[in-house]
Design a protein around this ligand. Sequence first.
Ligand code: 13P
Length: 249
Amino acid sequence: MARKKIIAGNWKMNMTPSEAVALVETLKPLVVNDQVDVVFCVPAIDIIPAMEAAKGTNINIGAENMYFEEKGAYTGEISPNMLKDAGVQYVIIGHSERREYFAETDETVNKKVLKAFEYDLTPIICCGETLTQREQGITIDWIRQQIKIAFLNVTADQAKKAVIAYEPIWAIGTGKVATTEQAEEVCAAIRVCIGEIYDEPTAEAIRIQYGGSVSASSAPELFAQPNIDGGLVGGASLKPDFGKIVNYK
Ligand code: 13P
């Protein structure tokens, strides 16, 4: 069975609650497409108002992060059960900005992934190499290691439902999109890696996105690649252009 594309916006630290409602209202009519899963991952404080605004549409409101404990003395964190109770399905885990600025590691990513599955949340698991790593020719080895650690103790049935976002760090927010060949090469390698960890059916089922300066003009070619099942979109997800990305065909 063909994999359904998943096109997600990552709003990052943008939009106040009232701005979030206005943006959902603007994008609502533009992102109608029942052929793809459409997700807006928004700041925690925007989740409830954005969800209200998106009611009755095809938009899924997701989260940008969560902690790996249910409750307790973790000031400032948000738990998987809080997300679940709010009606969230998708949560980004291990974005490169979280790794860079908030000390997340492959190990904390793995803990969060396991916790997300425990609460029946769908993790969008991020991986990606730096420009130096690409220039050193170690991109595939690096990504394979990130994937192997992220999926430790994850069952095949869980992995089938996961989403992986391949986001080369040098392409994030730089306007420097990876070439279609570069993006497809790594996404294909990720699928091979999942096949090695699990089996062919799991590799065939898992959805792999590309992220990094995706725009209305680059989306059609990227999303036409056999191993690219959609995108994780930063800057362009805050603009009407996101409608064009969702309706890339
Ligand atoms: P940009 O699309 O702004 O490059 O951001 C990509 C990203 O980090 C999505 O998670």
